[in-house]
Design a protein around this ligand. Structure first.
Ligand code: SF4
Length: 480
């Protein structure tokens, strides 16, 4: 079958959603390795796969309509996150006007959470949770005219209403999956970019799926969030972490090096699962001479790991500190001591890895103006390379959402798509939504306009155009 994975241009509002992490608007373009892995899996089954990344193409709504009019794909797939829900439903509507009843498949976080709301007609499908094997079976049934009732993980419309088939077991052996089909985005190879590394050609990789921790507010990367939402719905606890083997990870990195890539962002929810594994991956990457970065918990960053990462080309690590207030960390179930964050920041500085810490504002009813100001004071003292203050967003499916709802802290009746640096969906009696937004803006500005931030980061800027891009990304985060 001719299958097209589509990322439409924004069709609702001014912003494009980031579909890799799924929790914010897209400020710099990262390849969607989840979609490209699904695409590679379908190619392996013999399907003729195309990938249209309309934002990268600079397409308008008119250009998308023109594409639908001329295109001959047998089926379209969209990876939908909460922030792209409106846009993606409009894309389906536009497709229906031009191509009639051609099959259309939603996958991703939002369709997994509320599949019925995406089943707008009998030729629309929702692949819930982890998509690869469900897609293989679904397209097999579609091409052979077989029924869908035995395809685990699939939701579809039957004559008597929406059908939600039982869940699909998670893939145990991630090494069995093909590497992401990056050749489908080859023409944009020099345009994908992460300002925290600044070296191109750049791409993303995933070395594990899931996270075993229990932070209440957690919105993991989009692939994990969809798998987790589906798993928790049926089993009421989080799915286990699954790791690719070190050999398999290094084989992909080696292939990327041979294809000319020079930098990689690992988009795992948490990259360091076991010191031995982390050291082995670092040793493999060191031989390849790639520059790379990842996200990791502070309590996983031991000195041997940080040192080995630095030696192997690791340029940045994003650390989810969330707050420097122990009572808040305990309340949001971070399961970490504040001192651990101090130690991790010091270790990263010592070994020359850019440390970006993420702080959450309003994730707990224990948050006050004073706790926010105290966090700002601590940031000034610690001087990490970069900080991003985000407003805690009660995404549906998180415990934070359920608790905020029970406590009467939700500022709106229903979830709405907002950027996490600008708009708050929670409001506490002692800390209003507006005050959370003001203080977040003030905290981010105080950091980004500080002379120490400029001085610390100036040496990492490799070209004038990188400087402009980095400034634009920060500006759009705070003001657009
Ligand atoms: S450690 Fe990070 S990815 Fe894991 S549950 Fe906590 S916030 Fe989520």
């Amino acid at each position: 079958m001719k299958v097209t994975f589509l990322t439409p241009p924004t069709l609702a509002g001014a912003h494009e959603a980031d579909r890799v992490f799924g929790c914010n608007w897209g400020y710099y373009p990262i390849p969607n390795v989840f979609l490209l892995t699904a695409a590679a899996t379908l190619e392996r089954e013999g399907h003729d796969v195309a990938y249209v990344d309309a934002p990268m193409e600079g397409w308008s709504r008119k250009r998308l309509i023109e594409f639908f009019r001329l295109d001959t794909s047998d089926v379209y797939l969209i990876y939908t996150v909460y922030l792209s829900r409106e846009t993606d439903l409009i894309a389906l509507h536009l497709l229906r006007e031009r191509r009639g009843a051609v099959p259309f498949v939603f996958l991703g976080t939002a369709p997994t959470e509320t599949p019925s709301s995406f089943l707008v007609d009998s030729n629309t499908f929702v692949v819930r949770g982890e998509p690869e094997m469900t897609l293989v079976e679904m397209l097999g049934a579609l091409s052979q005219g077989k029924p869908f009732d035995s395809i685990a993980g699939l939701s579809y419309s039957a004559a008597d209403g929406a059908r939600h088939n039982p869940p699909r077991p998670l893939i145990k052996d991630l090494d069995a999956l093909p590497f992401p089909a990056r050749r489908l985005i080859e023409k944009h190879k020099m345009r994908y970019y992460n300002p925290k590394i600044g070296v191109r050609p750049f791409t993303a990789m995933l070395a594990s799926r899931g996270c075993s921790y229990r932070c209440k507010f957690c919105v993991p990367c989009a692939s994990s969030f969809a798998a987790e939402t589906e798993y928790k719905r049926h089993f009421h606890y989080k799915p286990p972490v699954r790791e690719r083997s070190v050999d398999n990870v290094i084989a992909e990195a080696r292939m990327l090096r041979a294809q000319g890539y020079r930098s990689i962002s690992f988009v795992d929810d948490q990259f360091v699962w076991g010191e031995d594994r982390a050291l082995a991956i670092a040793a493999g990457l060191k031989e390849l001479g790639l520059e790379w970065g990842c996200l990791a918990r502070a309590d996983r960053l031991t000195e041997p790991v940080v040192k080995a990462f630095a030696d192997s080309g690791c340029r940045y690590i994003d650390v989810g500190v969330e707050s420097f207030q122990q009572a808040i960390l305990d309340d949001i179930r971070k399961d970490m001591r504040v001192e651990t964050a101090y130690e991790a920041i010091a270790l990263l500085k010592k070994h020359g890895i850019t440390c970006k810490i993420n702080l959450l504002i309003g994730a707990s009813p224990l948050e006050t103006e004073e706790t926010i100001r105290e966090n700002m004071r601590i940031v000034r003292r610690l001087r990490p390379d970069s900080v991003m203050y985000n407003i805690a967003n009660p995404f549906p499916g998180t415990d934070f959402h359920d608790e905020a709802k029970r406590g009467g802290f939700l500022a709106y009746e229903e979830y709405k798509a907002v950027g996490v640096q600008k708009e708050s969906l929670v409001s506490y009696p002692h800390l209003s939504r507006e005050r959370i937004e003001q203080l977040t803006r003030r905290a981010n500005l105080a950091f980004f306009l500080s002379p120490s931030f400029f001085l610390q980061n100036l040496k990492k800027i490799r070209s004038f155009s990188d400087l402009i891009k980095a400034c634009q990304a920060y500006w759009r985060k705070l003001y657009d």
